[in-house]
Ligand binder design. Structure first.
Ligand SMILES: C[S@@+](CC[C@H](N)C(=O)[O-])C[C@H]1O[C@@H](n2cnc3c(N)ncnc32)[C@H](O)[C@@H]1O
Length: 256
């Protein structure tokens, strides 16, 4: 489901809206993690061409171009709606062997059907001695969102629901999926929390998951009804605690 090419390109990442709404929740993160800054640090010795595979809204592309104008950054994405320079699948990169000095695969490998194949492609296109960076979430990341989803479904259907965990195909515990392609894989993990004082940003976050999530709702449960129940639950939690708390676990693999 989370790897469905048509759903990714025509719904979840058809344009900037859903991803933009999803990322905007992090403005409430306490002591937020500057992942683009970490990527810059890990690429200090890099000169020349850098691939950003699964570039999305171009967060890393913009920061690299701003802080390292000497680098030649190539934004690539499966979805044309993300406006990359190259539309392609990370599992089959249209680049020559050893054609870039470094590559990024940031918060995207959990969408890729064959993660080991993607790692091998990254290894192939990056020069010997170059670096590949891959960020993702930990297995404990945003558990409150999964619980909120399940509670809303249970309340409306009267049946137990599974917590959704979209990122679980590739978490910070899954370095072994990369280690077949690289001689060293190091990971840095950060624990943070996001404290949201208002209802609508949380509702907007759930709404941003609609492209891949709507079809996971039980048959007969309409998305808008589900979203209204989410809104009520978040409202109750904020009245009780002052904020809706989301635990975050985020990090980055550095592969050489
Ligand atoms: C969660 S977004 C991350 C965007 C960006 N890297 C970031 O960290 O802000 C995931 C991106 O990966 C892209 N994507 C998904 N599967 C892909 C694939 N097989 N090859 C290339 N890009 C892919 C999606 O279209 C989307 O833009």
């Amino acid at each position: 489901m989370f790897t469905d090419r048509a759903a990714l390109t025509s719904r979840a990442y058809a344009d900037h809206r859903a991803l933009g709404a999803r990322l905007s929740i992090y403005r409430y993160q306490v002591n937020g993690v500057d992942l683009p800054g970490l990527a810059l640090e890990a690429m200090r010795g890099v000169r020349g061409a850098v691939l950003d595979a699964g570039c999305g809204l171009g967060t890393y592309v913009e920061r690299l171009r701003q802080d390292r104008p000497d680098l030649d950054v190539l934004p690539l994405d499966l979805s044309a709606g993300m406006a990359p320079a190259v539309v392609a699948d990370i599992q089959r990169l249209p680049l020559g062997d050893s054609s870039v000095q470094a590559a990024l695969a940031m918060h995207m490998l959990y969408h890729v059907p064959d993660i080991a194949a993607a790692a091998a492609e990254l290894r192939r296109v990056v020069v010997e001695g170059g670096v590949v960076l891959a960020s993702t979430n930990g297995s404990d990341d945003k558990q409150e969102i999964g619980a909120l989803w399940a509670t809303a479904v249970e309340d409306l259907t009267g049946s137990p629901a599974q917590e959704r965990d979209p990122d679980s195909r590739f978490t910070l515990d899954d370095g072994d999926l990369l280690s077949g392609a690289f001689s060293s894989v190091d990971v840095t993990v950060f624990e943070r929390e996001t404290l949201v004082p208002e209802v609508e940003p949380v509702v907007a976050f759930i709404e941003s998951m609609r492209g891949l999530g709507e079809q996971d709702l039980p048959a007969g449960l309409a998305w808008d009804v589900f979203l209204d129940r989410v809104r009520e639950l978040v409202q109750t939690e904020i009245e009780r605690c002052g904020v809706f708390r989301i635990g975050n676990q985020v990090g980055m693999f550095v592969c050489r």
